[in-house]
Ligand binder design. Structure first.
Ligand SMILES: Cc1ncc(COP(=O)(O)O)c(C=O)c1O
Length: 427
């Protein structure tokens, strides 16, 4: 590998692992956890990564806030809401090692990304760097910024996995150096980087990427939609310029709850997507503590999610899900006679990509909208997304504390049956 501008260290991003079924106590995990969630008898959930889910205790916590608001709306809105939001921000700041006042609670990653991108003062000649594996709504928001600003353009780095962590950093840095060599007067102002990409699911060497990008004076926005609850987050150590993470995915809060990190140095220029009465109050906290009249109980359910995680063990949850993803992915690949996309274990969080052995990657049925979705849901009462990447067909499987290795084995056999049938039709 050629030498790079910044000598960044590619530290692994998780603690050492041991084999199932011995996650660091407490737990217990596996099917015993099903009672804490809402999935009905006979339904196994393999797609936690898309929307997350919450526990019964989290729903109770949400209802506590919901009822308080209904019982006495004036007391709630005029006196109690802001302290409740501040308490949640304080708990999250402790969880992510940052200053409480650098956190704003928002509904989701889409809102967080729009909040920052639509606040920044892009100028002609600015370039926004993003990866080809970035999430569609983030990509479209960047396109919107380019469409609404003169001479602001995208620089896209093609990422085709498998790549090692070093190769990922190297690929991106090469694109930056090629851009600098052009000396055309433009500058890469901002980079949008996934901590854990969606499809394919890849846990990126985020510290190395943040350090490398900042060494070129590029602002870094970390799309950490999948990070909180899946990997430990230390914002003081990571030191990004902006970061958004969905609490409703892996932390177990109710859908519509996310946290945006904006360091103090940027707070004067970042405003909510919906401007309200606290604009120009000079207070970032006030601007983000009121989004107009709405139900704040989903956002406040983060409190219940953090309590649940404390009860079952933060490290233990992370450890169990990661080991299950790694071992479950290998089991499925064995059943299918294929491989996982990311053989480097540190690139796997709780989601694993397994190759599906389809002979014809353009098979008419996989090109038919909803065909596989309906087949998996209607015939097998389960679902895992599938997609093409690098000329192959993959499925992404999410592990979770309510799953066991046997569930991955079952899903492996289901996919085998589905793909065998498609291959038979095609021969
Ligand atoms: C990497 C990534 N970014 C952004 C999003 C958007 O999240 P939301 O729909 O909660 O706004 C997702 C959703 O899955 C995602 O996977």
């Amino acid at each position: 590998m050629a030498s790079t501008h910044s000598q960044v260290s590619l530290q692994t991003h998780r603690t050492p692992t041991s084999s199932l079924p011995s996650p660091a106590q407490p737990g217990p995990f596996g099917h015993k956890q099903r009672k804490n969630f809402f999935m009905p008898e006979g339904k196994t959930e393999f797609n936690h990564g898309s929307y997350g889910t919450f526990t019964r205790s989290v729903q109770e916590n949400m209802m506590k806030w919901h009822n308080l608001a209904e019982e006495n709306p004036d007391r709630w809105v005029r006196l109690d809401l802001k302290p409740a939001l501040t308490k949640v921000r304080t708990q999250l700041a402790e969880f992510m090692n940052c200053d409480r006042d650098e956190l704003a609670l928002v509904q989701n990653t889409t809102v967080g990304v729009n909040t920052v991108l639509r606040s920044l003062d892009f100028a002609p000649g600015d370039r926004i760097l993003q990866l080809s594996t970035g999430y569609i709504s983030v990509d479209k928001t960047v396109h919107y910024i380019c469409d609404t600003h003169r001479d602001v353009q995208i620089i896209e780095v093609p990422i085709v996995m498998p790549l090692t962590d070093h190769e990922i950093v190297f690929h991106i840095e090469k694109v930056i150096q090629e851009h600098l060599a052009k000396k055309d007067g433009s500058r890469i102002r901002l980079a949008m980087i996934d901590w854990i990409s969606s499809v394919p699911a890849v846990l990126h060497p985020i510290k190395a990427l943040v350090d490398m990008l900042r060494s070129y004076g590029i602002l870094v926005f970390v799309d950490a939609a999948h990070a909180i609850g899946q990997v430990p987050i230390d914002l003081t150590y990571l030191n990004p310029d902006f970061l958004i993470t969905n609490c409703h995915k892996w932390l177990y809060s109710v859908r519509g709850s996310a946290v945006l990190f904006v360091p103090k140095r940027f707070q004067n220029s970042i405003h909510p997507t919906a401007i309200q009465g606290d604009y120009k109050s000079g207070s970032f906290e006030l601007e983000f503590s009121w989004n107009g009249t709405m139900d704040y109980s989903t956002i406040l359910s983060i409190e219940g999610a953090l309590d649940f995680r404390k009860q079952y063990g933060e490290d233990a949850i992370i450890h169990y899900c990661h080991r299950l993803a790694v071992e479950g992915g290998e089991k499925m690949a064995e059943i299918l006679g294929t491989n996982v996309l990311t053989p480097h274990e540190q690139q796997v969080g709780n989601m694993v990509n397994i190759r599906l052995p389809i002979k014809n990657i353009n098979h008419p049925k996989i090109e038919t909208p909803d065909y596989l979705i309906r087949l998996l849901l209607d015939k097998y009462n389960l679902f895992a997304p599938s997609y093409k990447h690098g000329g192959y067909f993959w499925t992404r499987v999410s592990s979770q504390i309510y799953l066991e290795l046997g569930d991955f084995v079952h899903l492996g056999h289901v996919w085998k049956e589905v793909i065998d049938e498609l291959n038979a039709e095609d021969s």
